[in-house]
Ligand binder design. Structure first.
Ligand code: ZN
Length: 410
């Protein structure tokens, strides 16, 4: 599947669009029956997020079949990082997706992590465009002034399928993605400094009067087999609703009901309820209750035991099953994106003290703290295990309050 998406990447990456004499690389005009201002499908604003290319592929297929009424631009947000991502994928397609996490932003020649394409300095238009990041931001802005609407398709480190932002409720008619984040921007800016030095591409576009429609999604795990299909199905529903194609969406029924994920500002490990005194040498592992081998979660390979001397220790599942070092109480466990957590659930445990960290309320987390063993380059993931002195600064997640909501889509 990723090989197929690379073919779409190659077509777009080798194309360019000329606007007012300015050449914008890695953008492709998909021809339509009518002329006029284009709609844009933006993929790979983060290089390691290929599912958005399936949205561009869908528009290309509609065009080929003579079913695209209005022109669409397919664009790669960060062509440098995306090219590096595909190189890494082709070199070792069986390595887990986390090994390619650095291509979210891409790497400089000296191995340095490049800036996030979605963190754009406020004065980017007047800066010297010597570096790729600034130059691409300027190019994307030029595209942004030229289009009437945009779908920005992302994917995630975990199983996150949701609408992250939208300008008009009516644009969500028939969308197959029924999870809707609200207050995401407010939650993110809650801890940002008051003098904002960077913006996202979305916040740069939103005030432009020409942008009549603006929607962003997470289509699932970066390399999950179903994520491209989710991206394509979403794109079809959106293009249909916006009158860009008459082809019917996969689900042509609409009751307006969505699952609302009201995003709250991020919490740290210190915001979890814990009783008992941490040791100076404690390390806090993400964990859940588990008292028997039969109930160890599939993605856990380590359990937490209480040894006969009263200290707590890690033990691999394989070792525990042959020679348990003590009584099993927890499994080391990576909570997934949007996984439901109940009030008072144990979500992390300190080793060796055994101090347990409980969820202070019921929520589903997004941008959840990730295992440092899998993510060694980006401290923003909130890597665990967390040392005792860092619990007040390492992110646990952005908790979401989940409930049903009904939108008026007319
Ligand atoms: Zn992204």
């Amino acid at each position: 599947m990723i090989h197929d998406l690379k073919k779409i990447f190659d077509i777009v990456a080798q194309s360019s669009i000329t606007i007012d004499g300015k050449i914008i690389p890695a953008a492709f005009t998909i021809p339509a029956k009518e002329q006029g201002a284009p709609f844009m499908i933006l993929a790979q604003m983060h290089g390691n997020e290929p599912p958005g290319l399936a949205g561009i592929a869908l528009a290309m297929a509609l065009s080929e079949a003579g079913l695209l009424a209005k022109p669409v631009i397919g664009a790669i947000g960060n062509p440098l990082a995306a090219a590096q991502y595909f190189d890494a994928y082709l070199k070792d397609p069986h390595a887990r997706q986390e090994t390619r996490d650095a291509y979210r932003c891409g790497l400089a020649g000296d191995g340095r992590l490049l800036p996030d394409m979605n963190r754009i300095p406020v004065d980017f238009m007047t800066r010297d465009a010597a570096d790729h990041h600034t130059r691409r931001a300027q190019e994307l802005f030029t595209l942004g002034q030229h289009i009437w609407g945009i779908a920005d398709i992302h994917s995630a480190r975990g199983n996150m399928v949701c609408i992250t932002d939208h300008k008009h409720d009516r644009d969500l008619k028939y969308t197959p993605i029924r999870n809707l984040l609200t207050e995401l921007a407010e939650a993110i800016s809650a801890h940002a400094s008051t003098s904002v030095q960077v913006k996202t591409f979305k916040t740069i576009l939103t005030p432009l009067p020409n942008i009549k429609s603006q929607t962003g999604i997470e289509a699932g795990r970066h390399e999950a087999p179903d994520a491209p299909a989710t991206a394509a199905a979403f794109t079809l529903a959106l293009l249909h609703t916006l009158g860009i194609t008459a082809v019917a969406p996969l689900e042509a029924k609409e009751d307006g009901v969505f699952i609302r994920y009201g995003v709250r500002p991020r919490i740290t490990y210190a915001d979890l309820a814990h009783h008992g005194v941490l040791h100076g040498d404690d390390k806090i592992y993400m964990a859940r209750r588990c008292e028997a081998l039969a109930s160890v979660p599939e993605r856990s390979d380590t359990v937490i035991v209480r040894r006969p001397d009263g200290h707590w220790a890690l033990q691999s599942v394989a070792q525990f099953s042959t020679k348990p070092a003590g009584e099993m109480h927890y499994a080391v466990y990576q909570y997934d994106e949007m996984e439901a957590i109940s009030k008072d659930d144990v979500v992390a445990v300190a080793i060796p003290s055994g101090v347990a960290f409980h969820a202070p309320e019921s929520f589903s987390g997004i941008f959840v703290s990730k295992s440092a063993a899998l993510y060694d380059k980006d401290p923003a993931v909130g890597p665990w295990p967390v040392t005792a002195d860092k619990i007040g600064s390492v992110k646990f997640c952005y908790p979401c309050h989940v409930g049903e909501m009904k939108l008026n889509l007319d």
